[in-house]
Design a protein around this ligand. Sequence first.
Ligand code: MG
Length: 165
Amino acid sequence: MKVGLGHDTHRLVDGRSLILAGLRIEHDKGLAGHSDADVVLHAVIDALLGAAGLGDIGDAFPDDDPANLNADSVLFLQATMARLYVKGYKLINVDIVIHAQEPKLGPVKTLLRENLATLLGLSVDHVNVKAKTGEHVGHIGRGEAIACHAVVLLDDGDYPGSQTL
Ligand code: MG
């Protein structure tokens, strides 16, 4: 088994759509970034790459590459998963914490979880989404940014009884 940790932060700004876990969330601001700035998928991608010993999202999808301008981060996730499957890894579970003072994520937490599970090819009970406010302190609490932490567990196929895709 291999565990991976991912983290990402993006600034909340006017004039952008808010995309979280591949879904467009109703809000008067969105996240700034070279791609669609999906902070959830970026954290999950970094966790996947970390577990597999494959560096980070900046190595894989440089933010100065014009090909990645306004890119759909779902494509980054799919490309990352393909790299892991080629190496024989199987994803076991994903747990994430989203830090956002605004918008309130409680009402959409289940939708985010279900979409993340679909994108990752996992059952919903192998994906968990937690939402925290910033308690009105710091850059999260002032509504200036949204952050996400992600942890993943991979089966590396190296122990008896494991299944490799
Ligand atoms: Mg990012």
